[in-house]
Write a protein that binds this ligand. Structure first.
Ligand SMILES: [Zn+2]
Length: 60
């Protein structure tokens, strides 16, 4: 195991590695804290945070 010191706390949750592009800002994403769904947009951490939360809308 390699030790990294990037100034942050180390979390024990697993990260998913791959090559994605943020659907909003175009940033390259190599790690995700969650498994990306195939066919759906991937957002970088910042854009994901700034995304408006999906609201329930029962209108049709
Ligand atoms: Zn982004």
């Amino acid at each position: 195991m390699e030790e990294r010191n990037d100034g942050g706390r180390s979390f024990e949750r697993p990260m998913y590695e791959g090559n994605w592009t943020c659907a909003q800002c175009g940033t390259a994403i190599t790690k995700l804290p969650f498994p990306p769904r195939e066919g759906s947009d991937v957002y970088c951490q910042e854009c994901y945070r700034n995304r408006p939360k999906p609201q329930r809308d029962f209108r049709r």
